[in-house]
Design a protein around this ligand. Sequence first.
Ligand code: BDR
Ligand code: CA
Length: 310
Amino acid sequence: MNIILDVDTGVDDAFALLFAARSPLVNLMGITCVDGNTNLDNVVANTLTVLDAAGAGDIPVARGAARPLLELPSYAEFVHGSDGMVEMQSRDSKRTLDPRTAIELMRDLINASSEPVTLVPIGPLTNIALFLRAFPDAASKLERIVLMGGSASVGNATATAEFNIWHDPEAAAIVFTSGVPITMYGLDVFTDLQMTQDDAQSLIAKGDKTSLFAGTLVDRFIKQMGHDVTLGDYGAIATAIAPQLARTQSLRVVVDTTHGPNRGQTVCDHRSYADIAPESAHTRAPKVDVVLEIDIKAMKEMWLKTITGN
Ligand code: BDR
Ligand code: CA
């Protein structure tokens, strides 16, 4: 599957990148960077570090937005460490950045592709919103957006809002109303793909560069968090390439862009009669395929096999 990955690398973005760079089921056309878990410079350095660890080929990587559309950024370094990747960032990569901006790279890759392209954003949606607005013709060729973000239940950044949406709610609102088919892999399943210290140690014991890097990342993340950790963002890529592993429900979703306590919430309409309900923001909102359940065993196995190569 042709995929463009938009990242704010981030430990679980690193899990996703390692997989995407190595999976034979993914044609990773390009990677675009956005600020989110940490500042854009860290995101770029982390992304190149992970591509080196994955032994990835020459995949174009472009810089994108360094801040949300309206607000100043608020990072999640208390989760991901001061460099955004539990101190595993290297600044020694020989890779060079693509000279284009993130949205120019998206445009060119989509326009040049004779096959459908799926966009997989696993950070705040700033780059995606800018792309949709700047290049609507290229955007209209997208097959689908499969994003990590939002929640049909609880939040994490706030009681009701998930971090990627909360970081840039205006961008999220642009994406959710764009008319591009959307699958939302949100907090309802985000923590299901748990990694343990046993998983970390068996990866480390494999000894090859990629497994060692992945195992060390899991080990450090567990120590940082004080409990088992999730493969998180990786699940969005797994859902894109293996949708049979995810149960979705088609729901109308409205992003709360108000400045009250629910700012950044993805308000999902679960009413069975939503289609005939009185007119409201929800009756006007496009439907989104919201992931409510995943095949945990199969998704985790797919990641482990791809990372270790067996
Ligand atoms: C999301 O926020 C980030 O911390 C993670 O990388 C993930 O994309 C989860 O809310
Ligand atoms: Ca992320």
